[in-house]
Design a protein around this ligand. Structure first.
Ligand SMILES: [Zn+2]
Length: 437
């Protein structure tokens, strides 16, 4: 019977999907001139509702992440600052605003109920990770998460609290190895930095590289210390098409799944890599973007789907509604159903996007070179003596064993990597909080 159940599950492509959403998240406002619009989350949610997809999945309202949950990764003084600052008391915090990169001279403004906003999206990601850890879902979704630029003690690129790092730390309580994939057009620098020195998390980021925020994510940045080879960076150019993206994404991810064998996968689905994005310069259709979701789903490993960037908000809603349907294996119509935000989808009222005639600067040769270099990096991992994938001990044991050399900062890292070096000890404290060790 067991084998029959497995057979049916694989053939129908049906997964148990849980979806995390808080009705207040879309009411937060970065300001009139700011491109990040949490309102897009309301558009996406209502589109998902109008397609009837909520009937096929478990829908949850998250708990609000506490400050102590956030300090599993972030520093206490930074979280204390985020929890206290408001537009009305700014003048008392000028030194800290500069130190933590927040306020009017940065891209991370202080707005009303900022901390509650971070509590919502981080709470969703943590709850989603717990759902996967308990084997209660095959796929968990939080479109309000994926804020990949936030650092341990610094806001960056519209991101304050790094919900992705918090979710991965949660997954590491159960899984020996976690894979992070980032298809936002920007480099997933905050997540990469957090896990740059560990072999328990592999990060793979596909992004525009060269004269583009945040400037990191070169192909030669592959990790440090025990994490050497476990950071994968795929630098790409403007005009990226569905076809070219698949030519690099699929072989790289296949090789990663084969060599790294993660117990869980986190996929950040930033929608600023779509055609027509206000800040992006790729030319992907919904199909090309969602093909990454479909492809990772096919490996039958617990999967956490997160949002991220996305600045043409009607297309963000289209993208995440469609990717919800892909996660569910439920086809949906190309005609947008009537909903509270129907007018946003004017004039065509269609779901799918048509790429433009923009030139694709990713040539056959450039993509071939990138793919070859990365496959070689992954090939080298297989021969690395420290990598014994079949014999990785449970999470808490690994953490304890590594405790002795976590604090060393003398190694020759790239500027700023010291922060990542401390994640091991942060992780240990996180686990002590719940009494694992
Ligand atoms: Zn982005």
């Amino acid at each position: 019977m067991a084998s029959l159940a497995l057979y049916n599950k694989q053939n129908t492509g049906k997964k148990r999907v849980s979806y995390f959403y808080h009705s207040e998240v879309g009411h937060h406002y970065y300001g009139p001139a700011h491109p990040m619009k949490p309102h897009r989350l309301k558009l996406a949610h209502h589109l998902i509702l109008s397609y009837g997809l909520y009937q096929k999945m478990e829908v949850y309202r998250p708990h609000l992440a506490s400050a102590s949950e956030m300090t599993a990764f972030h520093s206490e003084d930074y979280i204390s600052f985020l929890s206290r600052i408001t537009p009305d008391n700014l003048r008392n915090f000028s030194t800290q605003m500069s130190k933590f990169n927040a306020g009017e001279f940065t891209d991370c403004p202080v707005f009303d109920n900022l901390f509650e906003f971070t509590q919502i999206y981080a709470g969703c990601s943590i709850d989603a990770a717990i759902k996967l850890n308990n084997s209660q879902s095959d796929i968990a979704i939080n479109w309000s998460g994926g804020l990949h630029h936030a650092k341990k003690s610094e806001a960056s690129g519209f991101c304050y609290v790094n919900d992705i790092v918090l979710a991965i730390l949660e997954l590491l309580k159960v899984h020996a190895r976690v894979l992070y994939i980032d298809i936002d057009i920007h480099h997933g620098d905050g997540v990469e930095e957090a896990f740059y020195c560990t072999d328990r998390v592999m990060t793979a980021s596909f992004h525009k590289y060269g004269d583009f925020f945040p400037g990191t994510g070169g192909i030669k940045d592959t990790g440090a210390r025990e994490g050497t080879g476990f950071s994968v960076n795929v630098p790409l150019q403007a005009g990226m098409t569905d076809e070219t993206y698949a030519q690099v994404f699929k072989p790289v991810m296949s090789k990663i799944m084969e060599t790294f064998q993660p117990g869980a996968v986190v996929l950040q689905c930033g929608a600023d890599s779509l055609t027509g994005d206000r800040l992006g310069c790729f030319n992907l259709s919904l199909n090309g973007h969602a093909e990454c979701v479909q492809f990772m789903k096919s490996f039958d490993v617990p999967l956490l789907l997160l949002g991220g960037g996305g600045y043409t908000i009607r297309n963000v809603a289209r993208c995440w509604a469609y990717e919800t349907s892909v996660a569910l294996g439920t086809p949906i119509s190309n005609d947008i159903p009537y909903n509270d935000y129907f007018e946003y989808f004017s004039p065509c009222f269609k779901l799918h996007l048509t790429p433009t005639g923009q030139e694709n600067l990713n040539t056959e040769e450039s993509v071939d070179k990138v793919r070859t270099d990365i496959l070689q990096q992954l090939q080298n991992l297989e021969g690395a003596p420290s990598v014994q994938f079949q014999e990785v001990p449970p999470a808490f044991m690994t953490t304890m064993e590594k405790g002795g050399d976590d604090g060393g900062k003398g190694d020759d890292f790239r500027e700023g990597r010291e922060v990542g070096g401390e994640v091991g000890s942060e992780m240990k404290r996180h686990e002590q909080d719940i009494g694992v060790d």
